[in-house]
Design a protein. Structure first.
Length: 216
């Protein structure tokens, strides 16, 4: 049985000042669970949604739950991975230009800290309901696929890329929490990287004399 645990930060304080908001959030979870054949258990501090992983259609039910719960932010959820892809494309393109256009001993790599559900990473992008949902959904998904990270361990690995000898001279690599791995196929698209580089320079009105690298 797979469990999704949803908690509301500062629940007691919110309940004293805006009890109707607590009810609205809990009803939102209940509706999503009902639509996806999940079983809802209510406790004083948290709501738990149970899914039977042995049931035919388990992943479909999970998808239905996510679609029901996050449908109002579909566009935002697509923008997020697209922005991460742009970060990697930019890092790889910068590495190539540094090597081809300068004699500087500067490296450029991409770093993945993992799914950082404990850092309030979605605070500026989502409303209270969606943040409430993501705290449970993303933590569960991250744990299931081995992608969870946290500020302490991921921060340590990121600092190591700057201070440790093992990374000396390493460039144009994708480091996933201390391990060098291949990034997505799309991230190696040289044409897309060049276009992103040039259009980014144009958008910020970067002048040629403001950088040691070409801008087109």
């Amino acid at each position: 049985m797979v469990q999704m645990l949803f908690t509301i930060q500062f629940r007691d304080q919110i309940h004293r000042t805006r009890p109707e908001l607590i009810s609205a959030l809990e009803s939102f979870i209940a509706d999503a669970a009902s639509a996806s054949d999940g079983k809802l258990q209510s406790g004083r501090k948290a709501l738990t949604v149970l899914f039977n992983e042995d049931q035919i259609g388990f992943w479909l039910n999970m998808a239905i739950f996510l679609e029901k719960a996050l449908s109002d932010k579909t566009t935002m959820l697509l923008r997020y991975p697209a922005s991460k892809l742009c970060n990697i494309l930019c890092a790889y393109e910068m590495s190539d230009r540094l090597r081809e256009e300068t004699d500087k001993q500067i490296t450029a790599n991409a770093f993945n800290p993992g799914l950082m559900t404990n850092t309030n990473f979605n605070a500026a992008s989502f409303g209270l309901v969606t943040k409430f949902l993501l705290s449970g959904v993303m933590t569960l998904m991250g744990a299931m696929i081995g992608r969870l990270g946290n500020a302490k361990s991921s921060g340590k690995e990121l600092a190591a890329m700057v201070t440790e000898k093992q990374y000396e001279g390493i460039t144009k690599k994708y480091i996933d929490r201390g391990k060098e791995v291949k990034s997505s196929v799309a991230s190696y698209d040289k044409t897309a990287a060049k276009k992103l580089w040039a259009e980014s320079a144009e958008l910020v009105q970067l002048a040629a004399n403001e950088t040691i690298l070409s801008i087109n």
